[in-house]
Design a protein around this ligand. Structure first.
Ligand code: F6P
Length: 475
């Protein structure tokens, strides 16, 4: 197999398997944020991507797609239950999101996680060129860095953590806390979304492994008595801002935005929420605040409409099934109480939409509600900002989303404080064009400056730096 200079490993491949025009299976680029983020990076290098093909027991040989070599890792039905739905999304996801849902600690899930992480590490070790780079993505694969280091000591390893890293008091619950930290520390560069995530990680390293840390560096003792330096710091991820700006200029998409408002009955204000249907996103809190504003008579149906897109996610995990029931009950109650024949209070869409429709929705919305209880970054916030080249629109943003570090000119809210959220919604609805413009201008500057290209470049430059240091030390 040809060797790749840069190998990305992620839980999913950047493609979905669909039925082609001739009825035969075909591949289509998937719409996710991570894919968009890395697409640009991969197109510039001789790259390969190792990941799961999205269906159980699918055995597919490596293939080329859009100039990148894709290396599928096969997972059985049972492995998906234990490694993906179980340990990744029933243990790590809730624990790392501040136990918003209760994490389940199950030894059989952990065993599957170790087994599957090893399979990913082995697949990558077979395709990476001598002295090349492997960039591991996210919480499903925390053990891969150390496994790879053992298999291929010649390569440079990066790991990027897309979700929060919790405070030590919570992390300490994990029965495998030592193994996970050792797994991550196999990387030369460990990237986080926020400075506070990197700080939490370093504290756990000090408490559990007793390694010394200084600024962005960790001293990792080696079996031969020497020490190696690993870097742990923040690289806030972003979006391909330019592509969103271009979509927002497309006359068809602009016309669609006008049509959306018309189809909603031309309310004077459109509020928008766009999330995966996940308990971390604070959708219930948002609905509660909006329902109370209607009840208090501070907003009227017909005048203000909330559009809530909740794209289906992880339907095999019980907490997600329960959340869906709760949200749909709440939406049904609010609409039942306040809808008129002509107008709805909440237009709820349990569907995923193509990027063009999302941009039309962003353009149509006067206020974007991002009220996550905890979120690694939240790219929706950045997408909303990028498309509003006219500097109109208000972003209401949870301080518990990573994006709040960069977008401090948003209306920042604590989503647990329902009265505070209600006041913030009213402030957003009533905000003067001048204030909207001042806030939006400053946020757009940040999003356009720190786009995904820069994110990728910063991370890869640090990997490159480590390789040069290593080469210099060896000569
Ligand atoms: O935010 C973390 C993340 O894993 C993303 O990388 C991904 O796009 C999203 O959650 C959806 O996750 P899943 O692969 O479980 O559907």
């Amino acid at each position: 197999m040809p060797e790749a200079e840069l190998v990305v490993i992620a839980n999913r491949l950047p493609v979905d398997r669909i039925a082609g025009d001739d009825g035969e299976p075909a591949w289509r680029r998937s719409p996710g944020g991570l894919v968009t983020a890395l697409e640009q990076v991969m197109q510039k290098v001789d790259g390969a991507w190792v990941g799961w093909a999205g269906k159980a027991d699918l055995d597919v040989e490596p293939f080329d797609f859009d100039g990148t070599r894709l290396v599928p890792v096969s997972l059985s039905e049972e492995e998906l239950e234990d490694y993906y739905e179980g340990f990744s999304n029933g243990t790590i996801w809730p624990l790392y999101h501040d136990v918003i849902a209760t994490p389940v600690y199950k030894r059989s899930w952990w065993d599957a996680y170790v087994r599957v992480n090893r399979r990913f590490a082995e697949a990558a070790s077979e395709v990476v060129a001598p002295g090349g780079f492997v960039w591991v993505q996210d919480y499903q694969l925390q053990l891969v860095p150390q496994m790879l280091r053992e298999l291929r000591p010649d390569i440079v390893i990066g790991y990027f953590h897309h979700i929060p890293f919790p405070a030590y008091g919570l992390y300490a619950q994990l029965p495998w806390r030592r193994q996970v930290l050792e797994g991550l520390l196999g990387a030369d560069v460990i990237g986080f979304q926020r400075v506070s995530d990197a700080g939490n990680f370093q504290r756990s390293i000090r408490r559990v492994l007793r390694h010394q840390t200084k600024s962005d560096t960790i001293s990792v003792p080696q079996p031969d008595g020497t020490t190696r330096t690993a870097i742990a710091k923040a690289y806030p991820i972003s979006i391909d801002a330019q592509s969103f700006i271009e979509l927002a200029q497309d006359p068809a998409i602009r016309a669609r935005a006008v049509e959306i408002r018309e189809q909603l009955g031309n309310p004077s204000k459109v509020l928008l929420g766009v999330d995966r249907l996940d308990y971390t996103k604070g959708i219930r809190h948002r609905l509660k605040a909006f329902g109370e504003l209607l009840e208090d008579g501070r907003v009227e149906v017909g005048d203000v409409t909330l559009v809530q897109v909740a794209s289906p996610s992880r339907p095999g995990v019980e907490a997600y099934q329960d959340l869906r029931d709760e949200i749909e009950l709440t939406v049904g109650r609010i609409n039942g109480d306040y809808d008129t024949i002509h107008h709805t209070a909440i237009r709820y869409l349990h569907q995923g939409f193509p990027r063009e429709e999302m941009v039309a929705l962003y353009l149509a919305a006067d206020v974007m509600l991002v009220t996550a209880l905890r979120d690694g970054m939240n790219l929706v916030a950045k997408e909303y900002v990028a498309v509003h080249a006219d500097n109109r629109g208000v972003l209401m943003l949870s301080e518990f989303a990573g994006a709040a570090d960069e977008l401090s000119s948003a209306l920042l809210v604590n989503p647990h404080d329902i009265d505070g959220m209600k006041d913030a919604v009213m402030r957003a609805i009533e905000m003067s064009p001048a204030e909207q413009s001042r806030r939006m201008r400053s946020m757009r500057r940040r999003v356009l400056e720190n786009d995904v290209e820069r994110w990728g470049r910063r991370f890869l430059a640090d990997l490159e730096h480590i390789r040069s240091q290593r080469t210099a030390a060896a000569s």
